[in-house]
Write a protein that binds this ligand. Structure first.
Ligand code: FES
Length: 310
């Protein structure tokens, strides 16, 4: 017979209180302990091994009253009720009258206070409910971040501006950009255009046309190796500073980045400094009337390989 809640608890020498809770072992699905309220002197957790007999109304213990009251106080926070955890079929093994039936708090969560555990659980459930509602808003706000690259051609000026071969000429242009949730803004950018001699073209192209691809790998443009006009992104591949075309007292005319003194020759090859790769060529086409168009691209700074970011 299983002990009933509210049964009287008697020791060998005297009655000590009554049963207020039942503790189940979730593995064996048997009652492992009784919680005995000691007539106003707190609650004690009494192992079933100390139970001698059980009748309808009385639980008889083997221990003395002094031994029972010397047991450690019952810690309610270390247990949860059967309503708070789901243990399949555990109630099939219960034949006690309704009341507070407990199982030990799950082992992994012992360091978490019971209320904290359920508060966290509530937050997680809230998150799962809220996420589908928040998702469309986040998607709208973040859309510009995940928009495909803009591969449109931009008119940036006329080659009449270029006065000498193998010399860098800066072309400035304006471009509209939209960053995440910020409003669209117009920014000023620049590229360097060069009318290259065959020797410089050979250094850049190394005998092969240069293909530019979109995010899916599809070719969007090919710079032909024998077209003399070259466009370089205006950002230094080291850390993205703007650079200039300058006279160097030993190297002659070079691209010089003032930030950390990377130096590049007319073909964009690194001659000195920390730059990890040559200048970044861009797609360029020049019309019969000399109008220059480029596709504006930016690449990740500080890396040896080229990774497009704009
Ligand atoms: S950013 Fe150009 S050298 Fe560092």
């Amino acid at each position: 017979m299983q002990p009933k809640l509210k049964s009287k608890v008697r020791c060998a020498d005297q009655e000590v209180g009554d049963v207020t809770k039942i503790i189940m072992d979730p593995l064996t699905r048997e009652i492992s302990h009784l919680v005995v309220s000691l007539n106003g002197a707190g609650e004690r957790q009494v192992a079933m091994g100390l139970v001698q007999t059980v009748t309808d109304e009385v639980v008889q213990l083997r221990s003395s009253a002094a031994e029972v009251s010397a047991l450690p106080p019952f810690k309610r926070d270390e247990y949860v009720t059967l309503h708070e955890v789901e243990i399949p079929h555990i109630e099939d093994h219960l034949h006690v009258s309704p009341g507070e039936v407990l199982v030990p708090f799950p082992e992994l969560e012992k360091s978490v206070k019971r209320r904290t555990f359920f508060a966290n659980l509530t937050h997680v459930i809230g998150l799962f409910i809220g996420l589908p509602l928040a998702f469309p808003v986040l998607k709208y706000l973040m859309k510009p971040m995940y928009a495909p690259f803009d591969n449109g051609w931009l008119k940036i000026g006329n080659i009449g501006k270029i006065k000498a071969d193998d010399a860098g000429t800066q072309f400035k242009f304006k471009r509209k950009v939209k960053e995440a949730y910020l409003p669209e803004a117009e920014i000023e950018k620049n590229v360097w255009i060069l009318k290259a001699t065959p020797a410089v073209l050979e250094k850049i192209y190394q005998g092969k046309d240069m293909e530019f691809r979109d995010g899916t790998g599809k070719t969007i443009w090919t710079n032909k190796k024998d077209v003399p006009y070259i466009a370089f992104s205006g950002k230094c591949p080291h850390l993205g500073c703007g650079f200039k075309w300058r006279q160097h007292k030993v190297l002659g005319q070079v691209f010089l980045c003032p930030c950390h003194l990377s130096i590049y020759d007319a073909s964009g090859t690194v001659l000195d400094g920390p730059a990890p790769r040559p200048l970044d060529p861009l797609p360029i086409q020049v019309s019969a009337s000399g109008e220059v168009q480029i596709i504006d691209m930016e690449f990740k700074a500080g890396t040896k390989s080229q990774t497009r970011i704009v």
